[in-house]
Design a protein around this ligand. Structure first.
Ligand code: NAP
Length: 310
């Protein structure tokens, strides 16, 4: 038996069950909520979407966990046992994220927030056009999503500087790592895009001192996780006009509370965590392929490094 463990409502769980069962016709796919104690003893693999760790501890012989989501920081931090966690790596998610990054970089690059403001003021004013090769987009994180975004931006003619933990070689992208590498990327980034995982090391990374290394009038796009950015520091820099704009898709608390000042900040665009929605069909197909391969060869797909946190 394969157990689906989620905190989703019954209808959303059913949508996943149907797709996963179609992707794994030889397996018995059941929601954890429906499994008896005896059936739980037969479960080796849990497929999860934001699971309650208490539910996972009900599975005595759990060998590994397959997440249907790309970001697994909550699961990894809450997990109270040492089982491998495989996260979703889906080229379709990379394509969608790259499309979002390009769309919102264009939004800033073609001055859309300023033109909306000028229209409200009935002001006929032309802002200076700069070519893509006259500006730099900095990408923090060059993993499955960051690398897809970097190539899309490069192909659109932008200068791209990327930062990752280890060194990378990407044609047409200037790549950096380490603390001094981060300084270099920040100093070059007219537009800074965050696609890092949330870990002990990246929580609070983008604080006043690091954001202040960006060029005057730079803008931030956070499509990763809210707590990587220190919101009050960001807002202070936006208030001063030191940074021009922030496009935020992720927040410390989601949904963003209705009384949060970010909703009405003139230099902030609030998005409801939509930059790269999971495609249920491709996610179920990929989880299915991973599990079939494990059944065939006994080899686990690459799993999250629990010490590193991603
Ligand atoms: N908003 C949305 O809709 C949405 C959707 C999906 C995912 N996400 C977020 O996007 C994040 C990234 O996803 P992904 O699939 O691209 O992850 P990934 O493949 O694990 O890539 C993570 C990247 O960040 C780098 N990194 C990690 N810790 C670092 C550190 N301390 N210093 C420097 N670089 C560091 C890694 O460097 P190395 O390459 O050297 O390891 C890697 O390049 C997810 O964790 C999730 O939070 C958001």
């Amino acid at each position: 038996v394969l157990a689906l463990v989620t905190r989703l409502d019954a209808e959303a769980e059913q949508d996943w069950l149907l797709r996963l069962q179609a992707a794994l016709p030889g397996e018995e796919m059941r929601s954890l909520r429906e499994l008896s104690g005896a059936q739980l003893a037969d479960v080796e693999i849990a497929i999860v979407a934001d699971p309650d760790p208490a539910d996972l501890s009900r599975i005595p012989d759990l060998k590994w966990i397959h997440s249907l989501w790309a970001g697994v920081e909550r699961l990894v931090s809450e997990l109270d046992r040492d089982v491998p966690v495989v996260r979703l790596v889906d080229p379709e998610l990379g394509r969608v994220m790259a499309e979002s990054v390009l769309a919102w970089v264009y939004y800033l690059f073609r001055h859309m927030p300023e033109y909306a403001r000028l229209q409200r003021e009935r002001s006929w004013r032309k802002l200076t056009y700069r070519r893509p090769d006259e500006v730099t987009v900095g990408l923090l994180g060059l993993g499955a999503l960051g690398a897809a975004a970097a190539s899309r931006l490069r192909d659109a003619g932008f200068n791209v500087a990327g930062w990752s933990r280890g060194p990378k070689n990407m044609p047409g992208v200037a790549t950096f790592s380490g603390e001094t590498g981060l300084d270099t990327v920040l100093a070059r980034s007219d537009y800074l895009v965050c696609l890092l995982p949330l870990t002990r090391e990246t929580a609070g990374l983008l604080d006043a001192s690091r954001l202040s290394r960006m060029p005057e009038g730079g803008s931030l796009i956070n499509f990763a996780r809210g707590p990587i950015v220190v919101t009050r520091d960001l807002v202070a820099l936006l208030d001063k006009g030191r940074l021009a704009h922030a496009v935020l898709d992720v927040f410390d608390t989601e949904p963003l509370p209705s009384d949060a000042p970010l909703w009405t900040h003139p230099s902030v665009t609030v998005l409801p965590h939509i930059s790269a929605p999971t495609n249920m069909d491709s996610a179920a197909r990929i989880a299915g392929e991973n599990i079939r391969e494990y059944r065939r060869s006994g080899v686990l797909p690459p799993s999250v490094d629990l010490g590193r946190g991603y």
